[in-house]
Ligand binder design. Structure first.
Ligand SMILES: [Zn+2]
Ligand SMILES: [Zn+2]
Length: 335
């Protein structure tokens, strides 16, 4: 009899599902990849076969400029049987459009690999679903007790107040093109903001993709070619890299804002020259991580992708079996 979970091997560039010869979010091209979501550190191109939700496959096609011919779309709640009889079920992770936890079933054992996840409501994607399992592989991007994300309504109120108070200026919000940008826009709409929201060119196609998948983002317009004066008292969304580059000179004296979980760390905001830090994260904070482990209540917790030590210590204190996985190549494109 094989030892428990020996069919799932952590290797430096990904989790290997041995009987299926498949890899989860592999950091290099493989024959069969099970992809949790579209962020670049999880979804790389060039695999022989990519198994992912239809939304994730659409995101990958947009980013890599290819229609993935070798792809198997798996809708939420659907189960596919892989080589070796391994079953894979895709379950909402609440992180970005199409993001999934992958439930693997083999030899009577159930393992969930979360990919990235959060527990807060997000109008742009389906909420995380608590699912029982034996092994829970959790991310730990914000795995320190100091990370407690504030309610997003507070951050939206700050953003709208800046727009109101800084007459003649605009507010320029740096946000990652996949997920964060659309969430900020959708939350602005939820807060009652109905004006045009202006987009940096790098944001447009992903926003359209969200709209094509039924996410209502209201009136969006490209900022290119619009006279400076027309942008006074407006909100403009751009990639973080554009916040302080020449591109932003076309805008009327922008208040620079940035939407990121890292804005909790003042030094990070200063480094980026951010005037208005908005603490908005698509990852679970400390309370969400510990709450999720408590609710899922697995036999073993495997921690990866971030600050593992504090979460391991918490598991020890709460008498939960846990280990860290040393996987490489997971940088936060997404925070
Ligand atoms: Zn992600
Ligand atoms: Zn990630």
């Amino acid at each position: 009899m094989a030892s428990p979970f020996s069919w799932l091997k952590p290797e430096p560039f990904g989790l290997h599902v041995v009987p299926a010869d498949a890899w989860i979010d592999p950091a290099r091209a493989v024959d069969t990849a099970l992809v949790t979501h579209g962020h670049a550190d999880h979804a790389r191109g060039g695999h022989g076969l990519t198994v992912a939700t239809p939304e994730t496959l659409a995101i990958m096609a947009l980013r890599y400029g290819v229609v993935e011919t070798g792809s198997t779309p798996v809708a939420y709640g659907e189960t596919v049987t892989l080589k070796g009889g391994v079953k894979a079920t895709y379950i909402p992770a609440g992180h970005v459009l199409g993001s999934a936890q992958i439930l693997l079933e083999h030899a009577g054992e159930r393992v969930i690999v979360t990919g990235d996840y959060k527990r807060r409501a997000d109008p742009t994607c389906q909420p995380f679903q608590v699912t029982p399992c034996d092994v829970f592989v959790t991310e730990a991007t914000f795995g320190l007790p100091v990370f407690r994300h504030p309610p997003i309504a507070d951050e939206m109120a700050k953003l709208l107040a800046a727009r109101q108070n800084e007459q003649g200026r605009c507010v320029l919000v740096g946000a990652y093109a996949l997920g964060k940008a659309q969430r900020v826009i959708a939350e602005l709409r939820a807060a009652g903001f109905t004006d045009t929201i202006w987009l940096h060119g790098a944001m447009e196609r992903m926003c359209r993709l969200y709209e094509d998948h039924g996410v209502d983002l209201g009136d969006l317009q490209p900022v290119a070619g619009v006279p400076k004066a027309a942008l006074a008292n407006s909100i403009v969304i751009c990639p973080p890299s554009a916040l302080n580059d020449r591109w932003s000179r076309r805008l009327p004296d922008p208040v620079t804002a940035m939407a990121s979980g890292w804005m909790r760390v003042r030094q990070r905001a200063r480094q980026r020259g951010v005037e208005l830090p908005l603490i908005i994260s698509d990852h679970a904070d400390w309370d969400e991580l510990t709450q999720t482990i408590t609710q899922v209540n697995p036999t073993e917790t495997w921690v990866t992708h971030g600050r593992e030590e504090a979460l391991l210590r918490w598991c020890e204190l709460t008498q939960r079996k846990a280990r860290a996985l040393a996987l490489v190549g997971y940088e936060d494109e997404d925070d």
